[in-house]
Design a protein around this ligand. Structure first.
Ligand code: FES
Length: 580
């Protein structure tokens, strides 16, 4: 792609606040000067919003204030004026009912923060799962020059000599306690070893996946995704990002120049190569919806189908982000995709260069971490999109995290009407369930939970775990943590709360999962399915007011990204009326 930089100097949007001698200009500048800013900083240089998702209740981003100082250095060095702006921060580990319900709220708030204030460009300071897509969605809608810098992953965890991955070992240890293979005391001891430094989850969970997606999309500087949070090179990356955004504003290099169809194709294939999170599906669809790129769930299957998973990281493999960084990180993966003819090499990046220019000369320093294709974790690493009478609009499954022997399976449904029903009954030894059954969870989708929580990887019943069984087929309209694993069918659409066929599955129904043929089938007659759907009534527990009401009323299905219907599209960032 050829990009023609705009002429510089020219008048920037921030000058509509700060430029001139009018009463309003004096008002806007004068109040800013209470921070001790010299007059010449308002001379028409790019004003850069450092949109910071720092929060002490978003522990993965709790170090971003320190990193923001480095971004500021870079902006000043390049002749810009940095302004740090705290923005909505949805923590994956703490927000209830689920951070996903607030991704769209954050995107809406950040979009308006960008549009309504004197910013010419933005640095998106993100890390924890939802913070990355929400700020990318906002930037896509305003189309102001923007660049991502993530906080970086935590260092490796170790417990009694064993590598411990964020989330992945939480699920593993919890199942081991249920199976009687680990004591509750040991589980508590392991807690302290799981998060041993600042940063985001150190597995190839959603945070690392979305950092990789930002880099593969061309929205972050090359190499950003894998640098550990506490590595000095993370600070260097922040400073370079600050320098770069100033030039991007001068060149008028916007998200719409970078977030092209080509870029999304690169990101989808990258997700297959890294064994990335299924959550990337809803987030990339939502970002594409904001910038106006036609991207569908079927693209995920078609583009990812022949991409081998070569990054040997948990939850699919054995290493963690620290080792990925030492091996060369995402640039090595992009180079490998390019060599295999699976990269749109001319896709433009925020660096102003093509993605291929940035990665063509990188070196793989550890072939056990970034594997040769002959040793790939799976040759079919992309996200499988399943269709059938149980998922007319699609459902997703991550083959690299599933058990090969379950990818073709027919089993008896054991149905949980919602997550509370599951929690109430799963520990009941009298529950009629064994490892051949298919666990079905309803009402956990975007409308149903509400917010589409990460509960799709339901823990197995203890009586199954005690037999040494660690995986069963599970189907829901929920999401799954990117750190989780198993033969788990997710995002089933339409969701149960919207009257999808999932809503009418009953105990004892037979279900067929056929991943090689991308099929998900409820084995009842068409007439029976139609009769059940006709008799279905929606759940009654609708929020009466507030954001929960807004979300549930306007959220779209997972198959199109679960954005709010009125937020889709690029609205730009026109400068509004004077405030006084
Ligand atoms: Fe924040 Fe995993 S919980 S990155």
């Amino acid at each position: 792609m050829t990009f023609k930089p705009a002429k510089w100097p020219r008048k920037l949007r921030s000058q509509q606040w700060f430029g001139g001698t009018s009463r309003d200009a004096i008002y806007h500048r004068g109040w800013m000067k209470n921070q001790g800013l010299p007059h010449d900083l308002f001379d028409g240089r790019p004003v850069i919003g450092i949109l910071n998702t720092w929060s002490e209740l978003t522990p993965c981003n709790a170090h971003l204030n320190d990193l923001a100082q480095r971004v500021k250095h870079g902006i000043y060095e390049a002749g810009g004026l940095p302004v740090e702006v705290p923005v909505f921060s949805a923590s994956e580990s703490g927000f209830r009912p689920t951070a996903m319900m607030f991704r769209n709220l954050a995107a809406m708030a950040v979009e308006e923060a960008m549009r309504g204030q004197p910013m010419d460009g933005c640095v998106l300071m993100v890390g924890c799962d939802k913070t990355t897509p929400s700020l990318l969605m906002a930037a896509a809608s305003t189309d102001l020059p923007s660049i991502v810098v993530t906080g970086g992953p935590m260092l490796n965890g170790y417990f009694r000599g064993e590598r411990v991955g964020s989330g992945t070992h939480l699920w593993k240890f919890s199942e081991a306690v249920k199976a009687g293979e680990m004591t509750a005391g040991d589980f508590l001891d392991a807690e302290a070893s799981m998060s041993r430094s600042p940063g985001s989850c150190n597995t190839m969970g959603t945070a690392s996946t979305m950092a990789s997606m930002a880099e593969a999309l061309g929205m972050a500087l090359s190499g950003n995704a894998a640098i550990p949070a506490v590595d000095s090179r993370r600070r260097v990356m922040a400073q370079l990002t600050g320098r770069r955004i100033v030039q991007m504003v001068k060149d008028d290099l916007k998200p719409s120049d970078v977030l092209t169809r080509q870029a999304f194709e690169n990101a989808i294939r990258t997700n297959g190569a890294i064994g990335g999170s299924t959550n990337a599906v809803v987030h990339l669809l939502a970002i594409a919806g904001r910038v106006g790129v036609d991207l569908t769930l079927d693209d995920w299957d078609a583009l990812g189908r022949n991409v081998a998973t070569i990054v040997n990281l948990m939850p699919s493999g054995k290493y963690l982000m620290e080792e990925f960084f030492y091996a060369g990180g995402l640039p090595v993966v992009l180079k490998r995709l390019g060599e295999a003819g699976l990269l749109n090499k001319n896709a433009l990046t925020v660096a102003g260069e093509t993605i291929w220019d940035q990665v063509r000369d990188v070196v793989n320093y550890n072939e056990d971490v970034i594997l040769p294709v002959e040793k790939a974790l799976t040759r079919q690493g992309g996200i499988a999109v399943l269709k059938g009478n149980l998922a007319p609009k699609g459902a997703v499954l991550k083959p690299s995290a599933a058990s090969p022997h379950l990818l073709k399976h027919r089993g008896r449904a054991v149905v949980f009407e919602d997550i509370d029903d599951y929690k109430r009954r799963i520990a009941d030894e009298a529950l009629d369930i064994d490892e051949t059954c298919v666990m079905v969870l309803k009402n956990c989708g975007p409308k149903g939970y509400p917010g589409m929580a990460e509960v799709g990887n339901m823990g197995l019943p203890a009586k199954v775990l005690r037999k040494g069984i660690t995986d069963m087929v599970r189907i829901s309209d929920a999401r799954m943590s990117g750190t989780a694993y198993g033969t788990v069918v997710l995002h089933t659409s339409p969701e149960a709360a919207a009257g999808g066929p999932l809503a009418v599955v009953r105990d004892g129904d037979m279900i067929e999962l056929d991943v090689p043929n991308r099929r998900l089938h409820l084995d009842i007659s068409e007439a029976e399915l139609a009769a059940r759907l006709a008799a279905w009534t929606p759940p009654q527990d609708k929020p009466a007011s507030g954001y929960a009401w807004l979300h549930q009323t306007h959220v779209e299905g997972a198959d199109t990204g679960a954005d709010l219907d009125f937020l889709k599209g690029c609205r730009g960032a026109p400068v509004g009326k004077e405030s006084h």
